[in-house]
Design a protein around this ligand. Structure first.
Ligand SMILES: Cc1cc2nc3c(=O)[nH]c(=O)nc-3n(C[C@H](O)[C@H](O)[C@H](O)COP(=O)(O)O)c2cc1C
Length: 227
């Protein structure tokens, strides 16, 4: 991408965020995860640039931070700006943006400074520790390093990760005890749920109402219906 391309994309994000607020949405989530465009700048495996947008973790974060700043400037101060990011990529599950908390802090600090209100740390299994020496998951580390609100995600209420859904596989029910323990320790602020809600739009109401016996395993066939 030339500098003009970069500027055009940044402008498009800002314009879209302003439109989202104008037509009544409650917030925006910028997709900086899974190997899409913003993540291609963040990850050393894809960012081979030799200009100001490539190099060390802070330089690789410049594109994302400029998008966040432009979005922040285009919407009202109270309009939530969420930034989704991940270690893994759609075609490289073992890929990592950061091998250590220090490397992660180098990426997240400029994003927080640019105006991210909430980080959405995309993991496939929320219970896995992110770095050695602590059982914090990626969302937990993000909260610890930035002080921002964080969303966790990944196999909530199920015991197999969502990649299998693309191969037509279901998943058995998983316990919520570990999630609740972590919430009580304030490891994260919000929980995102994917397949369990695709399976059952009443999932949250059932969990809130202690109706656990009514929860059902995830059946891949639920992708074929609009329930
Ligand atoms: C059918 C399906 C489509 C998905 N599409 C996207 C997508 O386009 N972009 C994205 O960031 N995540 C996508 N995801 C991942 C979800 O956002 C979520 O992170 C993932 O399903 C983990 O949550 P779960 O284990 O509760 O399902 C998709 C998941 C499923 C099951």
């Amino acid at each position: 991408m030339t500098q003009t391309d970069v500027d055009d994309v940044i402008g498009a994000f800002a314009e879209a965020a302003a439109a989202a607020e104008r037509i009544g949405f409650d917030g925006v989530e910028l997709h900086g995860a899974h190997g899409y465009l913003i993540d291609q700048f963040l990850w050393a495996g894809t960012n081979r640039r030799t200009d100001a947008y490539g190099g060390d973790p802070v330089a690789r974060t410049k594109f994302a931070a400029e998008i966040v700043a432009a979005v922040r400037a285009a919407v009202s101060p109270e309009f939530p700006v969420v930034f989704r990011y991940s270690q893994w990529k759609g075609d490289a599950y073992d890929a990592r943006l950061a091998e250590t908390p220090e490397e992660l802090e180098a990426v997240l600090t400029p994003l927080a400074a640019a105006g991210v209100d909430v980080f959405h740390a995309s993991t496939r299994r929320y219970w896995l520790p992110e770095f050695e020496g602590s059982d914090l998951n990626l969302a937990g580390w993000t909260k610890k390093l930035t002080g921002k609100q964080v969303i966790t995600v990944g196999s909530v209420g199920l015991n197999g990760d969502f990649i299998k859904a693309f191969q037509g596989e279901g998943a058995a029910l998983g316990s919520l005890d570990n999630l609740l323990d972590r919430m009580e320790r304030d490891e994260f602020d919000l929980v995102a749920v994917g397949r369990a809600l695709l399976q059952d739009p009443e999932w949250a109401a059932k969990v809130l109402g202690d109706r656990f016996e009514e929860l059902r395993p995830y059946d891949a066939a639920s992708l074929q219906t609009l329930s």
